[in-house]
Design a protein around this ligand. Sequence first.
Ligand code: GUN
Ligand code: ZN
Length: 463
Amino acid sequence: MNDLLAAPYGMGLPLAPGKGSGEGVTQRVALRGDLLDFTAEPAWGEIASDAVRYRADHWLLIENGRIVGAQPEAPDARWSREDHRGRLILPGFIDTHVHMPQLEVIASYGTELLDWLNTYTYPAEMRYADAAHAHAGAQAFVAALLAHGTTAAMVFPTVHKVSVDALFAAAQRRGMRLITGKVLQDRHSPDGLRDDVAQAERDCLELIERWHGTDRLAYAVTVRFAPTSTPAQLAMAGALCATDASLYLQTHVAENRAEVAWVRELFPRARSYLDVYADAGLLHARSVLAHGVWLDAADRAALAGAGAQIAHSPSSNLFLGSGLFDWDAAARAGAAVSLATDVGGGTSLSMLRTMADAYKVQAMAGQRLTAWTALHAATRGAARALCLDAEIGTLEAGASADVCVWDRAADPVAQRRMAVARSLHEQAFAWLTMADDRNLVATFVAGVAQHRRADPATPLLPT
Ligand code: GUN
Ligand code: ZN
């Protein structure tokens, strides 16, 4: 790691050369491959979509961490060139809901949500009270995101302030766009995993002051879920959001039937689970709510009206037996939907596996999720819902060069499948269904390679 990893962004500010790049020294990198991104949102079910931008065999030009253009011709010798011809180059994926401390409980057997939290998850999260454990966990977590092609994420750490500091610091070191915040939970949680309203507010204010808008980091007021926060804590969280419209909000909503029934008992006057959050001032344009499996039409309209988004987590919903999310109904209501791994409820950090699971969930409802809708949700769609579409999720000039290079096939079976694909959609769909981190060749964050596959068998082609 070196100084170039320092993030070149202030929030919403134009890119400047990275720290350590030296006065007047321009860093130029050019990546050759097949460029795939989106210029608009593809329509639901549309396979031949004008929103897809595919530029076969182009050079993506990156200056000082920012994309400055793309062209078919090789750039001159001032550019440091990497020839990935035949490979795909996409914007890095955006995972809008994932839990750092839960890498250690991924793939835990035999429970639904509420038992799973008590049996596996809470004990793992308690260990993050320890600064050394939090530091090691955060480094490993961020490295794992990058090794799966995820360059930006919205993340749950734990209730402990040290876990938030560790995660922000790990992301900062890699120059990543990362959004997180201290988990608020002041009831129905074990000893060692509870805060109280006054201390939690002090911690949030201190963390916001330290991290929100520092480099590419942003703070999310992070309510675990309605059952683990008192009404007083929810009100405090809402008041925090009201102080600064640039703060995000993340929580869980309507994931599992027993959970929904519990919320009904705890908040008998609320019309719905979502309304508990709306009543507390937690539903706004920067709110990201995981799951939303058991929402009704009025909830979907409220989400659309607020500009809030659902972080759809199909792997987790299948693994924990939570239910099948109705993406089409959300889309028809005008509610934004992004994609999320929800590890450790989800069983992989791979956004490609997540897309493949999303397809299967929709198939169970007789719906067809196109490769374009899935890939858009994991890139430009998520960026738009997070109000970050000028910076991430795109290969447009001006964006941060957060990009990944992918092999179309990682094994002979996939190679044979790809060889007979007749259209770009067929190829993209087979790719996202079969691919995972084995296909990932390199991950760049702000133009700096933060992950490369150890692969002496396929060296870069000479330029
Ligand atoms: N609801 C409250 N906490 C959690 C969590 O950690 N994971 C999931 N999937 N749902 C939750
Ligand atoms: Zn979650």
